[in-house]
Design a protein around this ligand. Sequence first.
Ligand SMILES: [Fe+2]
Length: 308
Amino acid sequence: MAITGVLRAAMMQLRVLDLETSVDFYTKVVGLFEVGRTSDGRVLLKGYDEFDHHSLALRGAEAAGMDFMGFKVASDAYLDYLTGRTKEFGFPTEDIPANSDQPGVGRRVSVRTSTGHRIDFFADIEGSDPKPSILNPEIWTVEPRGIGAAAFDHALLFGPGAAETVRYFMEVCGFAPVEKGLLPDGNAFVTWLSCASRTHDVAILEFEHPGKLHHVAYKLDNWNDIGHAADIMTMNEVTVDAGPMRQGATRGQMIYFFDPSGNRLEACAGGYAYYPDMPVRVWDFDHIGKGAFYYSRRLNDNFLKIVS
Ligand SMILES: [Fe+2]
């Protein structure tokens, strides 16, 4: 196996305003499956194509946003390596014991980045149902519902000191910069970072307010499923931000929409497979509209302003 460090973006804990309304939305519209609740009232959810115990935790709160984003790593030893290297790099770390606030998840190394985000790394996570079958495997073991979100895919995070956080993901965690968007002075203001073969597991954009979530994305199978998702969203009066559409950057196809609390979500498909020998693809400032909205070639006003 060539991937030996961070395997994939795997989890997020989101703050939501009304928990039960949100659970309804995430199960019936997004199509996730509830796999458990914690004693303090958080709800754990997963996509039908995920082996892991859960990929989304919802926590009732006064304001929307993200508590943390989680990454699965290849081994427990890598967590020790990450702890040492993160301290050397200068970002604070915290050890979180197994099965504490995230049932089914092994010990975590929690890192606070310069952008003000909490990033948790873990090596072990239990399984839960539904999950893909492995003997004579079916396409799915339960019929997808709602938009049919299959699996956690990536997130776009906004915060100050983006260059330092990008450097952390690259130098400490071994991520590759797959694409970049440049300011007129040539410095990157957004970087798409991959730890394996996705075009990005996380993207980081320079922003004045710390710890902000632009969107979290779940994967669908294909472009037809994005159209189906748009039909489901209209039927359920979901607020759509943009799409169905394609981004020039990463070539992904997607629809952006909001949950009832104002967290932006993305249902995505397509994009190319990334390999570490590929050169970085770059969008200069004059073409960033095309990089973000390939067909209309201009950003909508809300896209860079609304975060949670
Ligand atoms: Fe995205």
